[in-house]
Design a protein around this ligand. Structure first.
Ligand SMILES: Nc1nc2c(ncn2[C@@H]2O[C@H](COP(=O)(O)OP(=O)(O)OP(=O)(O)O)[C@@H](O)[C@H]2O)c(=O)[nH]1
Ligand SMILES: [Mg+2]
Length: 341
């Protein structure tokens, strides 16, 4: 999301490889992409898996709606934002002839944060009123009070101290400044590959958000090419990988996500979990029976698997790790769950 004309639909196209019509306003659009991971391809080949199943990300393009130069989002846009797991704010960093003002990504970022903090404050205060009237739990009332103070002081809830703002009381309120935020600076084509200006990076980091810079207009053209042409184009521009790959890396880092794999002749499957997830909970991602009847996990780190070429060779080398339910899954682990229901 973001203010009108910043290039949201263009970013959406660059990430999804779709060709949604780029014009001011328009509809909310959904697009799903597979998360590229060369490790999965290598594992699938080694195991002779018939099928590969990748992790997926669903993107939602939320139009700015009011059009024109106003730095305001509609209440409909706010409603949509509350439904998302994470937010990506598109900041226009190029000259857009449809807007009478020049690009000012810092001003856009500040205006966006202020608008969201006001919207959250409204929700928190109303909830607080009700909690007081209903003589709710004291801890709920103090938490809501702290959250309101925090927002009034001009800080997003994302960076609220967790000892004061007990998170469980804020869950389910649809607070937008609590969502993980990735700010995306949409650069002029001629600046593709440039880094984000330091002053903007500082602002973004100060709000507990992540940042990424790319040229969406250019990347949306590259996204519809086949893989070989993509590589040529990117190399020409001095870019190492397409926007989607960089975006996903930034998003995984922001959300603290890791991937693990299950590899079988039938299919090689990538799964996404939050860092710190234990083996039993990870098994539950694959199937609830595996979590319920969890016995143990046989673990092979990706590197070990790739070096030895097969599960059998890993076993013969004595490198198969046998782990219990509390084992903390690491990025790239190949898991074989033993279970019994
Ligand atoms: N030069 C340049 N133009 C861009 C870039 N990204 C988008 N544009 C142009 O800016 C205009 C607005 O882009 P959109 O992607 O429609 O913007 P939006 O944020 O979706 O706008 P709304 O949906 O109306 O809120 C279009 O004319 C795009 O072609 C860019 O990276 N460089
Ligand atoms: Mg749009």
């Amino acid at each position: 999301m973001g203010f009108p004309g910043g290039g949201k639909t263009t970013v959406f196209n660059a990430l999804t490889g779709l060709r949604a019509p780029v014009r001011m306003g328009g509809e909310v659009r959904l697009g799903t992409v597979s998360v590229p991971d060369p490790r999965l391809d290598i594992l699938a080949r080694a195991a002779g898996s018939k099928k590969t199943v990748r992790a997926e990300i669903a993107f939602c393009d939320i139009p700015g709606e009011y059009g024109g130069d106003r730095r305001v989002l509609s209440s409909r846009a706010h409603g949509r934002m509350r439904e998302q797991e994470a937010l990506c704010l598109v900041l226009g960093g190029f000259h857009n002839p449809a807007l009478s003002r020049e690009a000012d990504p810092i001003a856009d970022f500040v205006a966006f944060e202020e608008e969201c903090m006001l919207a959250d404050l409204d929700i928190v205060e109303r909830r607080l009123d009700r909690a007081r009237k209903e003589r709710a739990d004291r801890l709920e009332i103090t938490t809501l009070g702290h959250a309101a103070d925090h927002l009034e002081s001009g800080s997003p809830l994302r960076i609220a101290p967790s000892d004061k703002v007990a998170r469980r009381w804020l869950r389910g309120l649809g607070l937008v400044t609590w969502r993980p935020l990735l700010a995306l600076l949409n650069l002029e084509e001629s600046a593709a590959g440039a880094a984000m200006p330091a002053a903007l990076s500082k602002r973004i980091a100060g709000a507990g958000a992540g940042g990424i810079a790319l040229s969406a207009a250019l990347e949306s053209e590259i996204a519809v090419l086949d893989a070989d042409d993509q590589a040529l184009f990117l190399a020409d521009l001095g870019l190492e990988e397409p926007a989607l790959d960089r975006f996903i890396r930034a998003a995984y880092e922001l959300l603290d996500l890791i991937s693990f794999f299950t590899i079988a002749p039938r299919e090689a499957h990538a799964w996404t979990v939050v860092r710190g997830t234990n083996a039993r909970a990870a098994a539950g991602k694959v199937h609830s029976d595996m979590e319920r009847g969890f016995i143990r996990a046989e673990v092979i780190p990706y590197k070990v698997y790739a070096e030895h070429g097969s599960e059998r060779a890993v076993k013969e080398a004595g490198l198969l790790q046998v782990e219990g339910k509390d084992y903390v899954v690491r990025d790239g682990d190949v898991l074989h769950i033993r279970f019994n229901v």
